[in-house]
Design a binder for this molecule. Structure first.
Ligand code: NAD
Length: 499
């Protein structure tokens, strides 16, 4: 069996705790790999290495950093397929989808290549007599990133490229369910010339995470995962004096107005609800149909969903792969099985589905629930599977009120031909990312990603300008260079004001 070890100080470091976690191929259900799970002592050793590396990397020139980042960008580009294959083998998503996640991660590396312009700072000359003021931003030190299973390459790339471009050193704790892509990303960074110890990968579970949260050598923590864990990370790391951004779960709604192009809306709903088997934090999991279009829209979604081809992610014919674990598949199925008792109409029931020749895979088919009640489990919980709930609203205002009552506020979308309604929606809706006729409005790399309410704990969104702010701290330098011909300022016990 393959073993995935830590990557610390620019080399493979074997696990020393004696604890390993299983990594399963979701298409076959077979355990293919074991991943080392770090103890608190191993986390501490990694922090020491990263602290040592920060002494020189934090002082390195922007030219030296961007030289590495440009080389890294080229290596990632050349290795897109290899990374995507690792993702598919451990996550299960189809190859084209895995390539998409690599491409979206690469966007952040490209942003990091331009860090020279982002870190220019600000200068005001002559704010007072011969006084200039400069605002600069400096790295924090050693920062940690803790990432979820559903984007094993993209979410780490939301974090470490900008963190290291800003001069920090980084410890990545990837999901223990699909750890191989993260190691590949770190190996390629070393190949690109990133000095040893600048990017480290420490695998583990709660033990390793809690050791990072408690470690005095860690200055900041970026987290992406489920809401309960995001809340724990934010509370604990904040209490330990760290800067924290903790992105949580979601329930993303798509509001379809009566004037929308219903074919385009149905295409979008199917793509966004069932892509990656619904295991996306920006998946559409609830469609709110406004007015009389609901029956027609549900028919159009059903017709399309019935045609989706489910199979192993490495089969080019597959459009949707399996779920991450058998336990998660069973949990997703329980929402569909309980839906009718809680008042929903089960239009499509994907439970009990298997793929010939892959009977032990974590399969589930597409489910479509109509007339879902807002107090039902299928609506209230983040299911994180291929289950789309349809709710009905009489008016635009009723639809918006329904969406705004959700405790989550990650992404949302409106489908309409009415610019006025779309404009109103973007101002009234309580979510961090809004799509207008765009079902998955994941911002491009140079805008920041983040939700509201229970979808984000902390002030900073991730990547873009917020990411650069998160990984740096401000310093303002006030300078006076008196002219040689001037007499000294002399003593003045009054509070300094601009003169
Ligand atoms: P998860 O919260 O179970 O795990 C995320 C990370 O936290 C993993 O590295 C895991 O090892 C660690 N972890 C798990 N339990 C822990 C505990 N008790 N204490 C300390 N650390 C712990 O999330 P997941 O199942 O891997 O990922 C799916 C979730 O992530 C979904 O809720 C999804 O919406 C969310 N997500 C959110 C975003 C976003 O941008 N908001 C993006 C991707 C995924």
């Amino acid at each position: 069996m393959k073993t995935v070890n830590h990557w610390i100080g620019g080399k493979t470091v074997e696990g020393a705790s004696g604890n390993y976690g299983p990594v399963t191929d979701p298409a076959t259900g077979e355990v293919t790999t074991q991943v080392a799970l770090a103890s608190a002592e191993e986390v501490d050793a990694a922090v020491q290495v990263a602290t040592e590396a920060f002494q020189s990397w934090g002082q390195s020139s922007l030219a030296a950093r961007t030289k590495v980042l440009f080389a890294y960008r080229a290596l990632l580009d050349a290795n897109r397929d290899a990374i995507a294959e690792l993702i598919t083998a451990e996550h299960g998503k189809v190859h084209s989808d895995a390539l998409g996640e690599v491409a979206r991660g690469l966007e952040i590396v490209e942003l990091a290549c331009g860090i020279t312009t982002q870190l220019k700072g600000e200068l005001s000359t002559s704010v007072s007599n011969r006084v200039d003021v400069a605002s600069i931003r400096q790295p924090l030190g050693v920062v940690a990133g803790i990432t979820p299973f559903n984007f094993p390459a993209m979410v780490p790339m939301w974090m470490f490229p900008l963190a290291v471009a800003c001069g920090n050193t980084f410890i990545l704790k990837p999901s223990e369910k699909d750890p191989s892509a993260a190691v590949k990303l770190a190996e390629l960074a070393s190949e690109a010339g990133l000095p040893a110890g600048v990017l480290n990968v420490v695998h583990g579970d709660k033990v390793a995470v809690d050791a990072l949260l408690a470690h005095p050598g860690i200055a900041a923590v970026s987290f992406v995962g489920s809401t309960p864990i995001a809340r724990h990370i934010h509370t604990t790391a904040s209490a330990n004096g760290k800067r924290v951004q903790a992105l949580g779960g979601a329930k993303n709604h798509m509001l379809v107005l009566p004037d929308a192009d219903l074919d385009a809306a149905a295409d979008a709903a199917v793509s966004a609800a069932y892509g990656s088997a619904g295991e996306r934090c920006m998946a559409i999991s609830a469609v709110v149909a406004v007015g009389s279009i609901a029956d027609e829209l549900v028919d159009k979604i059903r017709e399309r969903a019935e045609k989706i081809k489910i199979g192993p992610g490495n089969d080019p014919a597959s459009e949707m792969g399996p779920l991450i674990t058998a336990a998660h598949r069973d949990k997703v199925a329980s929402y569909v099985k309980g839906a009718a008792d809680q008042g929903a109409d089960v239009v499509l029931d994907g439970t009990g589905f298997t793929v010939d020749g892959f009977e032990k895979g974590h399969w589930i088919g597409l489910s479509l629930l109509d007339n879902v009640k807002t107090d039902s489990d299928a609506y209230r919980d983040e299911i994180f599977g291929p289950v789309l709930c349809v709710l009905r609203a009489e008016t635009y205002a009723e639809g918006v009120a329904l969406i705004n009552a959700s405790p989550f506020g990650n992404g949302t979308a409106i489908f309409t031909r009415d610019g006025g309604a779309a404009r109103r929606f973007q101002l009234e809706i309580q979510a961090g990312m809004v799509g207008v006729n765009v079902p998955i409005p994941v911002p491009v790399g140079y805008h920041s990603f983040g939700g509201w309410k229970d979808s984000l704990f902390g002030d900073h969104h991730i990547y873009g300008n917020d990411g650069i702010h998160f990984y740096t701290r401000g310093k303002v330098v006030t300078t006076r260079w008196p002219d040689p011909s001037e007499a000294p300022v002399g003593i003045d016990l009054g509070f300094p004001t601009s003169r």
